[in-house]
Design a protein around this ligand. Structure first.
Ligand code: AMP
Ligand code: MG
Length: 341
């Protein structure tokens, strides 16, 4: 079955490859992985593998990581960890994601916490069974949530009773890092990966121009409220608008949960974009900063001086780190403010 999916993905990916190096058009491919559409676009290197071979590599890597990290695929390593509460023998990917998740958990004061999965599951987000759990249920779940209750080293992990982990807030950023490494290894000098909204660019456009990456308008996510001009970096956004449901009480509940309360975040932040070298860090930070909110996030922004932030608030402000404010072009009705770190 696994092989069939892989083959199907490969065929799908290859079928929609278009463009070629000779007429200086990028090679483009789309495929489905991590429950979302992945779009890769790169310029074929002058030496080495063909564009079809490189595309195949990217699709295989995406499939390999999804098979390790999916919380819903019964064959995945994470599914096994969550079902058994422990595992002897961890893949290098899961082990490094645990380490990085711990670091971001510490540095966000617990706002980014991969052990929040019992909450996410109770709200029905990953199973398509959205519902509002009652207070008793949430306070029962509190017993098994909290990164400090997980023990792990590079070879094994042990969860508290009923504890579960979920790398949904960091996995696509990590995937961007892994795919970028594959592209660079294969001498690709110019590429753009759009991994379910997470953007990774390699180099510049072949013309030498910067890549222009649109930042979605949270009030109308099919349009943008501005774009950043960047090279060789990640642009990763978390926003409540990306996935939410309306409860019977008429309230909107988004898929990002405050680990301290077990309740979907509802503060003045509409989206957080993080720009920087490591995709996994950008991804985890965008989720963590979203949880912390406009004021609460300030110490985290200062703790990551190499990363830049664009915070869009529900009252239509765009707060932007000083070092990228000149790279940002506004195209909506927002008031731009500088973040003072
Ligand atoms: P993102 O879209 O990157 O912000 O990630 C959101 C996903 O991360 C959710 O769909 C959950 O799978 C997971 N998640 C939700 N809340 C948190 C949290 N506070 N810390 C870590 N992961 C979370
Ligand atoms: Mg994230």
């Amino acid at each position: 079955m696994k092989k069939k999916i892989l083959l199907l993905n490969l065929i799908l990916g290859l079928i929609i490859i278009s463009g070629c190096a000779s007429n200086k058009k990028p090679v483009e491919a789309q495929y489905f992985a991590f429950d979302t559409y992945m779009k890769v676009s790169f310029f074929e290197p002058k030496v080495g593998k063909t564009s079809a071979e490189i595309t195949g590599l990217l699709i295989n890597e995406s499939e390999r990581l999804e098979n390790l990290l999916s919380v819903t695929r019964e064959s995945s390593e994470v599914f096994e960890i969550n079902s058994n509460g422990s595992r002897e023998g961890l893949s290098a990917d899961v082990s490094s994601l645990l380490l990085l998740s711990k670091e971001i958990w510490e540095k966000t004061g617990g706002a980014f916490d991969v052990s929040s999965y019992p909450y996410t599951k109770a709200w029905g987000f990953t199973t398509g069974t959205e519902r509002v759990p009652d207070k008793e249920e949430l306070s029962r779940l509190k017993e098994c949530v909290g990164f400090s209750k997980i023990s792990f080293d590079d070879k094994s992990i042990s969860l508290p009773e009923n504890g579960m982990v979920d790398f949904g807030g960091i996995a696509k950023g990590y995937l961007g890092d892994v795919l970028a490494e594959k592209l660079i290894e294969n001498k690709v000098e110019s590429a753009m990966l759009s991994l379910g909204g997470n953007i990774r660019v390699i180099g510049n456009k072949p013309t030498g121009e910067l890549w222009k990456i649109g930042i979605a308008d949270p009030e109308n996510p099919t349009s943008i409220c501005g774009y950043v001009s960047v090279e060789n970096t990640n642009v990763v956004t978390s926003g409540g608008y990306e996935r939410f449901f309306v409860g019977e009480d008429g309230k909107e509940y988004c898929h990002i949960i405050d680990p301290k309360t077990g309740i979907p975040v509802d503060n003045n932040v509409a989206s957080v974009t993080v720009i920087g070298e490591c995709g996994a860090i950008c991804d985890a930070l965008s989720t963590g900063v979203y949880v912390l909110g406009e004021e609460g996030c300030e110490p985290v922004l200062s703790a990551f001086p190499e990363y830049s932030f664009i915070i869009i608030t529900k009252d239509k402000k765009i707060k932007i780190s000083d070092e990228i404010k000149d790279s940002f072009t506004l195209s909506g009705e927002y008031k731009v403010e500088e973040i003072t770190e």
